[in-house]
Design a protein around this ligand. Structure first.
Ligand code: C5P
Length: 235
């Protein structure tokens, strides 16, 4: 009997077309039950794919990274809540997060705040008029996410431990910490600068792991996903 997919493992469907995404999902079969759809696929029919995946009983993470005036974010989040999807990202700004929390209220859609994009360096953060280091800016935005009443954040594995500590101190043991930048031991880093292994990311406090290329670019994606799931099965 094949084991049920690990609910903590989210595969990033960063394919150019919906057709390629569907082929990948078919190849992965029961090895993955949770998929992230990003902006690239959003612009190519991603919502339709999201609805199809939900109809097939899978979990779906809409990585739309919303950032707009509160009224617009609230209405967009409310519309997305009707899709039955599971996770939605917004930029971790207080007004944006509070608006998204209002928009999804009463639905099963959970909101994550994107703390600091992993592509930003300390110089970029300074140029953006922040006196804080990237790590301190992440911590500030985790506190603001907690205040806004959203469900969690996206952060690199390096910041997960501090985010978990802040959430725990606020009595929010259910707070989600979703980490990209995860690489199995020995895998190519691609463009991930601050990667951690799946078990290290979970040990640091991550609730979910977003993993793309180590699965999607593997010669056998299903075997790649199963190996990752096995490496965290005991945790
Ligand atoms: O690198 P990988 O293919 O595992 O990427 C999975 C997800 O991680 C991507 O969909 C993207 O959202 C995020 N990512 C990131 N920083 C990078 C590259 C990708 O946060 N440098």
């Amino acid at each position: 009997m094949t084991p049920a997919p690990d609910p903590r493992l989210i595969c990033a469907l960063d394919t150019p077309t919906i057709g390629e995404a569907r082929v990948l999902v078919d190849r992965l079969g029961d090895a993955v039950g949770f998929y992230k759809i990003g902006l690239q696929l959003f612009a190519a029919g991603g919502m339709e794919l999201a609805r199809d995946l939900k109809a097939e009983g899978r979990q779906v993470f809409l990585d739309w990274k919303l950032h707009d005036i509160g009224a617009t974010v609230e209405k967009a989040s409310a519309n997305l809540a009707g899709s039955g999807c599971d996770l939605l990202t917004v930029h971790a700004r207080p007004q944006v997060m509070a608006a998204a929390a209002r928009g999804v209220k009463g639905s099963g859609l959970k909101v994550l705040g994107v703390t600091v994009l992993t592509s930003l360096t300390a110089d970029d953060v300074r140029a953006d008029d922040h006196s804080l280091s990237p790590a301190d800016l992440v911590a500030l935005r985790v506190r603001q996410a907690l205040d806004a009443g959203i469900d969690g954040v996206v952060s690199s594995p390096q910041e997960a431990a501090r985010a978990r500590e802040i959430a725990r101190a606020a009595g929010r043991n259910d707070f989600l910490i979703v980490t990209p930048g995860v690489r199995p031991d020995g895998a190519s880093l691609d463009d991930q600068a601050r990667a951690a292994t799946p078990s290290a990311a979970l040990a640091a406090g991550a609730s979910h792991l977003v993993i793309g290329r180590p699965i999607t670019a593997a010669a056998d994606p299903q075997a790649g996903a199963r190996a990752i799931a096995e490496s965290i099965a005991q945790l």
